[in-house]
Design a protein around this ligand. Structure first.
Ligand SMILES: Nc1ncnc2c1ncn2[C@@H]1O[C@H](COP(=O)(O)OP(=O)(O)OP(=O)(O)O)[C@@H](O)[C@H]1O
Length: 267
C-alpha cells in the first residue's frame, strides 16, 4: 500500500515544477481550526483562484503564503510552505523581506496618505532597490505603467494617492505591490470595492501580470475566477476540496461539494 507521503507528493507535484508548495498546512485561531491539512502546488506565471463559501478559509490560507497571519496574535500555522524551494517559515526568513517578494493587494484600496509617487517609491526605498533618484523615477514609472496607471498618473505624481478614484487607487496599490519586484502577487478580493469598469480594468491587468508573476486571487465571484484564472482551488469548511484547471472545475468538477457550490446550492 502507498504511504501518506506518496499521496502528499502526488497532490503537490515535484518541487521544481512549482513556485509555491504547501504541505500539511493547518491554521488555528485559538480553538478554531480554520485550515485543515491543505496540500497544494501553485505554478509560476499562472493565475490561481481560491473560491468557496464565506468563512471556508480562503483568505486565511492566502495570508499563510506571505506570513501575514504572523501579525494575528491568536493565529498558529503548522506544516510546510516552500517558495522556490525555500521554507518561508524558517526562523531565518525575515517576514518583511518575504512580503517584498510575495506582494499583497487587499480588498479595499489602501494607499498610504502620501503622494502617488511616494506610494510607489516607498517599498523600493526601504528595500534599497534604487541607488539614485533617477533609478527610483524609473521604478515608479515602470510600476505605474505595468499597473496600467501611468497615463492617468503621470501629470499628478505629487498629488495625494487618496485623491484618486477607487479603481485608480486599487491600481495604485497594485503598482505599489509590484514596485519591489515581487515574484508572487496575492490578491484578496481585489475588485470587491470596484465598479464594473474598474473591475474589468483590474482583471485585464491581472492577465498581463501573469506574464511576470504567479498571481493568487481570492474571489467571491465565480465569473471572475472563470475569467481570470487558469487554476482554481475550491475550499469548504477549512478543507481544500478540489484543485484543478479552472475549466475543469467549472465544467466537470469531481467532488459533489464543488458541484453544489458552482451550481449555487451551497454558499
Ligand atoms: N483574525 C481572526 N481571528 C479569529 N478567527 C478568524 C480570524 N480570521 C478568520 N477567522 C476565522 O477563520 C475561519 C476562516 O476565515 P477566512 O476569513 O479565512 O474565510 P474566507 O473564506 O476568506 O471568508 P470570506 O469569504 O467571508 O472572506 C472563519 O471561521 C473565521 O471566523
Amino acid at each position: 500500500m502507498l504511504d501518506d507521503k506518496y499521496h502528499v507528493d502526488r497532490a503537490v507535484g515535484t518541487m521544481q515544477d512549482n513556485k509555491i508548495t504547501a504541505k500539511n498546512v493547518q491554521v488555528f485561531y485559538g480553538e478554531t481550526h480554520a485550515i485543515k491539512d491543505v496540500n497544494v502546488a501553485i505554478s509560476d506565471k499562472t493565475v490561481t483562484a481560491f473560491i468557496g463559501p464565506s468563512g471556508c478559509g480562503k483568505s486565511t490560507f492566502l495570508r499563510c503564503l506571505n506570513r501575514m497571519n504572523d501579525t494575528i496574535d491568536i493565529c498558529r500555522v503548522t506544516g510546510d510552505i516552500h517558495i522556490d524551494g525555500e521554507d518561508i517559515y524558517d526562523p531565518r526568513v525575515d517576514p518583511v523581506q518575504l512580503r517584498a517578494k510575495v506582494g499583497m493587494v487587499f480588498q479595499k484600496p489602501n494607499p498610504f496618505p502620501k503622494s502617488i509617487y511616494d506610494n510607489v517609491a516607498y517599498g523600493p526605498k526601504i528595500h534599497g532597490l534604487a541607488k539614485t533618484k533617477s533609478d527610483l523615477d524609473e521604478i515608479v514609472e515602470s510600476s505605474l505603467s505595468k499597473a496600467a496607471l501611468w497615463n492617468e498618473a503621470k501629470d499628478r505624481l505629487h498629488e495625494a494617492g487618496t485623491g484618486m478614484s477607487g479603481g485608480q487607487q486599487q491600481r495604485l496599490c497594485i503598482a505599489r505591490a509590484i514596485a519591489t519586484a515581487p515574484e508572487v502577487l496575492l490578491m484578496d478580493e481585489p475588485c470587491s470595492a470596484l465598479d464594473p469598469i474598474a473591475t474589468a480594468q483590474v482583471e485585464e491587468l491581472i492577465d498581463e501580470l501573469r506574464q511576470s508573476f504567479s498571481v493568487v486571487i481570492v474571489t467571491h465571484s465565480m465569473q471572475q475566477a472563470a475569467r481570470v484564472s487558469q487554476k482554481t482551488a475550491f475550499f469548504h469548511l477549512g478543507n481544500l476540496v478540489e484543485f484543478d484547471d479552472t475549466d475543469k472545475i467549472f465544467t466537470n468538477p469531481q467532488d459533489p461539494r464543488t458541484e453544489s457550490y458552482i451550481s449555487g446550492r451551497i454558499g
